[in-house]
Design a protein around this ligand. Structure first.
Ligand SMILES: N[C@@H](CCC(=O)N[C@@H](CS)C(=O)NCC(=O)O)C(=O)O
Length: 328
């Protein structure tokens, strides 16, 4: 775990400050790939959607990177955007390209560490070195390291080559999608991290309460409709999914989010299985990487680095979500 300061790697854990609260830093590469290559509003650099030009660096462990893998899969962009997978262990060098357990290495440049990709894009970069990274092979630079924006690019910019019939973020539903995301992100997606990385009792309990309030609210919502935004699957579902699928295996124990498991919520657990069973999705979920990463990499949280053997997970068990209407 560490970060770059003026392009130099420093080995440092997150600084939670006096209040013990974990604060996620803002992603710094924020350009957009567009159909015509014109810079997005307010941006200077433009990137044109082209098959074979872009590449994703991801971790199977990371819920934010996982969003991009799901979109690449569902939008049928596997032949359009290539991918490399980092090793699950994130130690003093940050994410590495060690080839093991399905990690691919850096197939573009043969680098050892992900921070070398960041300094290739910007030799004086200062900040955290995170996945996912959306890389432009032509300009040899990072387009974006913000998953929320990368998935919106994947959703529409590559429709000439991908599945244009699937729109996970339709403009007509954008307001509702954004409203759900604004609830799910702080309380749930980032809420588990706020609980797990808190360094005071108070900060932990605040995050814990927010998290379970958020989960209760989503449980209730999913008792009325098949998906978070009515009868149509959207981006909001996939953003919740990547946290739910890790919850019982990791967040419940490792991050001390142990009021209830997802398995204890009838609607959330059936919904999780419904999403998991959508063709292609299971291939994006790697429980070995997920467990090995969290338990072994966060030394301050789990100094022995022992990875628990359980729990038993069966995302392929039948679900009851067909009781709700589904948009055609
Ligand atoms: N805002 C980013 C967050 C990505 C992020 O925090 N990724 C984590 C892995 S789950 C990471 O790479 N952390 C390394 C670090 O913070 O040093 C996004 O959504 O793309």
């Amino acid at each position: 775990m560490g970060l770059l300061v003026d392009g130099i790697w420093k080995n440092e854990w997150y600084d939670t400050g006096k209040d013990g609260k974990f604060k996620r830093s803002e992603s710094q590469f924020r350009d957009w790939i567009t159909k015509d290559g014109k810079p997005a509003e307010g941006r200077e650099r433009g990137f044109k959607a082209e098959p074979g030009r872009y590449h994703l660096f991801v971790s199977y462990a990371c819920p934010w990177a996982h969003r991009t893998l799901i979109f690449r899969k569902l939008k049928k962009l596997e032949d359009v955007i290539s991918v490399d997978v980092v090793h699950h262990f994130m130690g003093k060098n940050g994410w590495t390209f060690v080839k093991e357990d399905g990690a691919t290495g850096d197939t573009l440049y043969g680098s050892e560490f992900l921070h070398q990709i960041y300094t290739k894009a910007d030799p004086s970069y200062s900040g955290r070195v995170t996945v996912p990274v959306l890389w432009d092979k032509k300009e040899q630079t990072i387009v974006s390291n913000e998953s929320a924006e990368i998935i919106r690019m994947l959703n529409s910019a590559f429709d000439e080559w991908g599945d244009a019939s699937l729109d996970l973020s339709p403009l007509s539903l954008r307001g509702q999608i954004d409203a759900v995301n604004e609830r799910v992100y702080p309380a749930i997606n980032n809420g588990v991290y706020r609980a797990g990385f808190a360094t005071t009792q108070e900060a932990y309990e605040e995050a814990f309460d927010d998290l379970f309030d958020g989960l209760d609210e989503m449980e209730e919502r999913l008792g009325r409709q098949r998906y978070l935004v009515g009868d149509r699957m959207t981006e909001a579902d996939w953003r919740l999914f990547t946290t739910l699928v890790r919850f019982d295996a990791v967040y419940f124990g490792h991050f001390k989010c142990n009021l209830r498991q997802i398995d204890d919520y009838p609607n959330l657990s059936n919904y999780l299985r419904d999403l998991y069973q959508i063709p292609g999705v299971a291939e994006t979920v790697d429980i070995l990487h997920i467990k090995a990463h969290y338990y072994a990499s966060h030394e301050t949280v789990n100094p022995t680095r022992i990875v628990p053997k359980g729990p038993e997970l069966d995302f392929l068990a039948p679900h009851d979500r067909n009781r709700f209407r589904k948009a055609a």
